[in-house]
Design a binder for this molecule. Sequence first.
Ligand code: KG4
Ligand code: ZN
Length: 327
Amino acid sequence: MKILGIETSCDETAAAVVEDGTKMLSNEIASQVEIHARYGGIVPEVASRQHTLSIIPIIRAAMLKADVKWPDLSAIAVTNGPGLAGSLLTGVNAAKAIALAQSLPLVGVNHLEGHMYANWLTGNELKFPLICLIVSGGHSDLVLMKGHGDYSLLGRTRDDAAGEAFDKAARLLGLGYPGGPVIQKTAESGKTNVPLPKSWIKGTNDFSFSGIKSSLLRLVTENKEINKNDFAASFQAAVVDVLVTKTIDVAQEYNVRQILLAGGVAANKPLRETLTARSPFPVIIPPFILCTDNAAMIAACGYFRFRAGQVSDMALDVIPNLKLATV
Ligand code: KG4
Ligand code: ZN
């Protein structure tokens, strides 16, 4: 069963074809990162316009690369939230148009659920129950998954998301945008010698990253000569320690069989290495390209939804604050 996935929730226009939810036949991404870097962050209006320009060429490229024609497809899966309304609309409307013209079923996919399903494209056998740490630009969620579509949100951020914290720290240090990759690079030659607070919020599985951000701001403002490498290394180490410790704690509490990592921050090398080294449970992490926004993860998730009979109709709307729900 081949599914075309479409993803336009933020600043990547992406399309992909995935077979049986696990085999990636193509994964095309048109990144807008250079356009938004000029402004130090994503400009929603610019993002929507860019999606409008890229959506048809990127869908064509994904179909061509996968060597499939419309009749070869079983369904169209598209992200309908969470994300930027104007960005989401481009993908959803393109998906509806194709579904209507080609008489194909339409499957709306939650972007966060999609991030988790990037793990189904790794070739590993996934075993329930499992814990997934979703760390992206907008979320830091600890999710217990007992089966396909069966989610319990066990922990979340109370303020900034992990990716947002990386982006804000990079801005404070004058390192540019997006923050995650540049913090990681700058940290490579730094020492973890800057005292920064770690927020544990004891007795809960929740995260908080606003305290470390404020401390960083204070230290950067107070000190004229700062070593950016050391600041980046210390910041990254503190965030990684909290994410890894809390994920392993919750995995132990629920006695799961595996831990999955997902979302843009899952591309962070120290996070990947620390979680794998410290976890007593098998850890599965998607390859870098499937951690940040892509459409293969949407097609993979769409397959499992479609197989379970969860099809959308032409009234499918974009929901900018769509929550992860048990379906
Ligand atoms: O999942 P994603 O591509 O988009 C959202 O759904 O938000 O995540 C983007 C976030 C950004 O905040 C970016 O700084 C972060 O992921 N990120 C990283 C790395 N690569 C991307 N954070 C830490 N280390 C990285 N290597
Ligand atoms: Zn994302």
